[in-house]
Design a protein around this ligand. Structure first.
Ligand SMILES: NC(=O)c1ccc[n+]([C@@H]2O[C@H](COP(=O)([O-])OP(=O)(O)OC[C@H]3O[C@@H](n4cnc5c(N)ncnc54)[C@H](O)[C@@H]3O)[C@@H](O)[C@H]2O)c1
Length: 408
């Protein structure tokens, strides 16, 4: 066991009461998933924040005992600009699990922002607790003060367990917040442009797979399976329907299925993700949780294209290679699901407030970015996920380097 001490971390709480040793013991086994992981086995090999966050610039532990706030803010990189990423409010079973999640999520944000061509770095935050029980004005505002204390190195936004009205409360304590409600000049629900971006990326991937000349018609008549019809999936179904695709959906929540069926009565429904994956599909769109693409799923899929909103779709290193070998065009998740980030970035930098049309036009460029990634994968003879990583890293080097030019 290795104890994480405040010594190398940027601590903002005064004085923090650091978690007990057992709370911060983490398994070194790395999951590709940024979705909440089960509690680590305390008997497993352990590591500390410096090992797991070896690429990270800064990790801040913040707490306010009076409101019950316990949060971790992770800044992975500010090479291209201030770190931006949502705040996940989740009942982690240990501080170690929360830390592992925030480190993985913040790294993903760096790559997403870089590929999307944004002047943003990567960061993310987690609040440890059950949002249904623990969320309060005082807790959110206490959190907002810690965000403010980072002086703009980190901007927050919505994520699992946090919503635009929460950002409004956080915004009463900090300027460094996005995803607020439209009533206060914010960008509102980011899933609208996330879904649009996935749709744009899907058109590019379908064109790559089938070589159709007209990208506007490339999804017409194709069977597209959408797993998870929550906020993003539902909007995606709308775009697909408009494009003339034959849409099949599944969701574990009956309410989500009913809502889609009410809006789009012709959409077909299957009972589970396994059933969807095993059915005849042209395109598979994972829009629920991470780890959607396992060896078994790749083996089973008939789809020629995989393109969806879910973060961290590849269940482990090596699945990207299997997808390529199976002749499946995989549009990397962080390339195609950047629309929400583009949306909240517009709120951050718009001198006169958020402009939906401008953000939508920027999101449409995900079509071009996806094409570049897929073409680079061919020219470099690497999986598409590797090509996307290379593109992000190249931009961080080329553009991040410019910070070295001294401006008086
Ligand atoms: N909302 C955004 O702007 C945004 C941006 C980038 C990435 N994402 C990612 O996209 C995914 C969807 O986000 P969302 O905002 O729509 O979330 P959401 O919670 O609104 O929707 C997810 C849906 O998936 C369903 N689901 C959960 N487990 C399932 C399973 N095993 N099989 C089928 N359905 C299942 C849920 O019932 C829910 O309806 C998440 O992975 C999220 O991290 C979202």
């Amino acid at each position: 066991m290795v104890r994480i001490t405040p010594a190398g971390l940027s601590s903002l709480a005064t004085p923090p009461s650091w978690p007990e040793e057992s709370d911060i013991t983490m398994s070194v086994s790395r999951s590709n998933s940024a979705d909440p992981a089960p509690s680590s086995d305390a008997a497993a090999a352990s590591t500390d924040v410096f090992d797991d966050g070896v690429e990270h610039e800064q990790v801040v532990f913040a707490q306010d005992p009076a409101s019950g706030l316990r949060a971790i803010i992770a800044i992975h990189s500010t090479a291209l600009g201030p770190a931006l990423g949502g705040t996940r409010f989740y009942p982690y079973t240990s501080t170690g699990d929360a830390l592992r999640d925030v480190l993985a999520l913040s790294r993903g944000m760096t790559y997403k922002a870089a590929v999307a061509g944004l002047d943003l770095g990567g960061g993310k935050a987690v609040i440890i607790g059950d949002p249904a029980l623990d969320k309060s004005e005082a807790l959110l505002r206490a959190y907002g003060r810690f965000v403010e204390s980072l002086a703009g190195r980190y901007f927050t936004a919505c994520d699992v367990g946090t919503f635009s009205p929460d950002m409004d409360l956080i915004g009463r304590e900090t300027r460094y917040v996005t995803g607020r409600t439209e009533a206060v000049g914010g960008a509102g629900d980011s899933s609208v442009l996330t879904a649009y971006g996935v749709f744009c990326g899907m058109r590019a991937a379908a064109e790559h797979a089938w070589g159709d000349a007209d990208p506007a018609a490339v999804l017409q008549g194709r069977t597209v399976g959408v797993a998870g019809v929550g906020k993003v999936g539902r909007h995606l179904v709308g775009h697909l329907t408009e494009a003339g695709a034959d849409v099949v959906v599944t969701d574990v929540a009956q309410g989500a299925v009913d809502r889609v069926r009410d809006e789009y009565p012709h959409v077909r429904v299957v009972g589970s993700t396994d059933e969807l994956v095993a059915s005849a599909l042209d395109v598979y769109a994972p829009c629920a949780l991470g780890n959607a693409l396992t060896d078994q799923v790749v083996e089973t899929l008939s789809a020629r294209v995989v393109c969806g909103a879910a973060n961290n779709q590849l269940a482990h290193d090596g699945v990207e290679k299997l997808l390529g070998e199976a002749g499946i065009v995989y549009a990397p998740d962080f390339v195609v699901n950047a629309g929400g980030l583009i949306q909240v970035d517009d709120e951050r930098e718009g001198a006169h407030g958020f402009d939906f049309a401008r953000a939508e036009a920027r999101t449409a460029r995900i079509y071009d970015t996806t094409r570049v990634v897929l073409e680079r994968a061919v020219s470099d003879d690497v999986p598409t996920a590797v090509a996307a990583d290379r593109l992000a890293e190249q931009r961080m080097r080329d553009v991040g380097r410019l910070r070295g030019i001294w401006l008086a």
